[in-house]
Design a protein. Sequence first.
Length: 755
Amino acid sequence: MEKAKIMELIGQMSLEDKAKFCSGKDFWRLYSKPELGIPEVMVSDGPHGLRTQAGDQDNLGINDSIKAVCFPAGCAAASSFDRELLCRVGQTLGQEAQAVGVSVVLGPAMNIKRSPLCGRNFEYLSEDPLLAGELAAAEITGIQSQHVGTSPKHFAVNSQEYHRMTSSSNVDERAYREIYLANFETAVKKGHPWTIMNSYNRINGTFACESKDLLTDILRDDWGFDGYVMTDWGAMDEKVWALQAGCDLEMPGPGGQTQKIIDAVKDGTLDEKVLDQAVYRILDVIFRYAEHKVDAAFEYEKDHDLAAEAAENCCVLLKNEDGILPLAKNAKAAFIGQYAEKPRFQGGGSSHINCFRTESALEAASSVVPEAEISYARGFDDSKDEINEALIEEAVEIAKKADYAVIFAGLPDSYESEGYDRKHLRMPEGQNVLIERVAAANPNTIVVLHNGSAIEMPWIGKVKAVLEAYLGGQAVGRAEARILFGLANPSGRLAETFPFHLEDTPCYLTFGGENEEVSFSEGVFVGYRYYSSKNMPVLFPFGYGLSYTKFAYGNLRLSDGSFSESGELTVSVDVTNIGSVPGKEVVQLYIAPPEREPNGIFRPVRELRAFDKIPLNPGESRTVTFSLNARAFAYWNTQLHDWFVESGDYTVEICQDAATVLLSEKVAVSGEKALPYTYTLNTPLGKLMSDPRGQAILSQMQNVFGGGNSDSASEAISDEMTMAMMEGLPLRSLLGFSKDISMASLVELVASLNS
Ligand code: BGC
């Protein structure tokens, strides 16, 4: 509806009505006003399926919701590295939302995986903001193509569950922009979500719902967001402040602070225009949906098939010794572990879907490979954290009789969920023991994993293959069966690092915080940015994943050997499938910064700046082309409060994963902005030496630096040593070197350098 018409409607609303519209009518519905033609709409979780409640309502996944389809959760979806797939899943979610009358799907959930301990990592996409942002934008585009809104969440810096409603994420400006906001920035600029959900937590002391900096200056003014901001469920603090900051809708409703809004307008504390603006944003989105509402059907079976196809593209093959996988279609295999029969395919909390159907690997195998000889033993009971000798014994027995033992293991629901964090990265001991014992009984042991985030694998050296299926949605079993028996080729790549140990993680010492304050002291060194900068061995790096085929890379070329800030650099590389089966490759482009200048900015050794996923038949070759702009080389400069391109020689790297460079080329980058610098008497001499004007002045003072050293003195200390020592001395220390230098002359020097 046109803006003028909406404003006309607002003009006909009373102050009380307008104040009321700024919160939900109940758990999922917004207020309506039929007399003015404003219809009632509802919102619904999200993010990887619909949790639409018809009966008792809650935000923790406790009460029932309508039957729906569960697609791969964020952890799995991101491993696809596949924008097109995420967009298709989004379109389907949009159609489902139309079918059940949902105006906004609450997702994607896209917070940065700061630590594998975050209880909600299973819903989130990645430790890398580019990957998270691109995939979120694809899903948003898909959903909104059906005239249903989205609500990327939880905005922002909500990377732990512990005390999520009260803790303060204390993050420096650079990490804020480069890591914790960059994902949302891409999602907003490329996906144009209709709404956004602010997080519960405080950011540097201010509740997200009350941060004008976040919700107005950055989100709307910088990024151009034009929808409404809603709170997470129960994330409202002071409603009048929140409205002033740019938070429009309190959820759920009815809010208890409506009277406060009315009073604030009456006593002049709140400008009525601010209220009108919030109501405008809410009505605008209501009409975006209502004017395009269609009678769609919920196509359960069709959507289940898409869930299976999606899961297939998400599984990550982590190990495949001796090419043990894929198995022959008539293989004699023992399926072991409860998750073969009852897969764990989704997490707990607000994203929990009431699936109309699930498909296990055991069930799927009977139709995918009817000729295979499959036996089954439960192996463990995931509701009990115990070592169950009887179940293990039974599993070992069937493993001995089979040619292959395939163990379906992972994390139980109780180990990871919304609302609390994990305490360690271990699998239940009962499952670890099961894997060790089965592997000792059958040398051809394969592990299929169902977990929402990184785990430790103490048994990794004892099994032949590992397939990471994550929480792959209700049809994950079909995907597993097809991959295990070679009807599909795994093409997922890790969207997060798997460290060896929890103690290796960058925020190990500060995760969770103390006294409600969480110091993000690792700064921008999150995930692989930390491990690769430290050249630290990990269990599996970000971007890692194997295939049943092999890909060869060659002919990396840049459109130019130099790049200036306002230009564009085109990078091409040829990729060939040199194996014997069709496969999909994820081509990853990283940028490595110039060598760090003394006292310069610390930067990760490489950062993902572009990626693509391409299908290739055996023998087929394709040229993949990426186009880079200034952002690929920039960091957030805290003096300029803006992106800044430092001049220097950068390296364009085509990588297998964040730890393995395949091809690289240098590019000379020239930045166009200068950084302001104010000289003082405390400016280090090194700074002066790097400034041509300073060099000229210093050369006139040559004798000050020992230019007239005697021979014996210069044997003890070389000119370079002198310079290295002088580098850090403040300008004022020149006073002590020569009687010819006075304080007045230094003050004059500083003034002239600053002029
Ligand atoms: C979650 C949100 C969810 C909302 C509604 C909250 O607990 O953090 O992600 O959308 O509940 O269920």
